[in-house]
Design a protein around this ligand. Sequence first.
Ligand code: NAP
Length: 290
Amino acid sequence: MINKLVIIGVGLIGGSLALALREAGAVNEIVGLGRSRENLEAARTLGIIDRIETDLASAVKDADVVVLAVPVAAMQPTLAQLSACLSPHTIVTDVGSTKRDVISYARQHLPVHLARFVAAHPIAGAEKSGATAAMANLFRGRNVVVTPMPENDPAAVQMISRMWESCGAVVNTMPPLQHDEIFAAISHLPHLLSFALVEDIAFRANASELFSYAAGGFRDFTRIAGSHPEMWRDICLANRDVLIREIDTYQSQLNRLRGMLEQSDGKSLEEVFGHARTARAEWLAGKQDS
Ligand code: NAP
């Protein structure tokens, strides 16, 4: 049971966490802070938070858990402000999609509080954003990756793991670099490709003609280009070293396919498409089993 929970950034993820914890009966009071008053008012009206605070120090006073649910580039200034006002017992955690950057900001700004800073990333989301997009069941059956630091108090890691489990999530732990490498390949690169394709089509002279014929395949491939630009700018920049390596690997794959087209090598093309189709079917079947 969390007596006082503070959520900084009551958007899709922060708001969904609040709703899930409330539904589980795992929290007593939820205080929200954020950027626009309008979003915080919506969060209060929807019953996501109990009250709005504008002053960080009074918001986090005596908090059991503070959750940072802002875009990853806003984590650094938020942690800098938090450093002066945390009670020793307060556990601080985050939901950021990249982990090495957030951990380095925590090391920089919370050096005496590191035992109680637990970095985490819920693997659930949507293209929608803000408090009005929050859903109580967003994390049910979904993975949450916790990336513990050597300085962490094991009790704090356990507390944050239990918090996510009470939302119906499955918690895994791994080192921050491994986290960032995995999500560069299977999340950050696909988002970048999706944004790039829409950008490429949208600025052609015959864009409206192209869009008028675009159907299911284009819709599926570009669904994630509907995601929040600010959030994805921050994620791509925070993980740029690993993401650039992933772009290079993908470019090699495209060059390989390009070569097959130049050679009219249908046999090799069919082999690649066949491998990809089998791999995707096996992945989906595994997901259904789990
Ligand atoms: P979101 O719906 O846009 O929510 C972010 C909230 O943070 C917004 O309410 C925003 O306020 C507020 N905010 C932005 N900058 C701020 C600042 N400088 N100070 C205080 N509040 C600020 O985004 P989200 O999808 O919940 O993402 C939040 C975090 O979760 C990000 O770190 C993201 O990487 C991570 N994450 C996202 C997903 C996903 O698929 N969406 C999945 C897993 C993890 P306004 O409403 O006033 O703009």
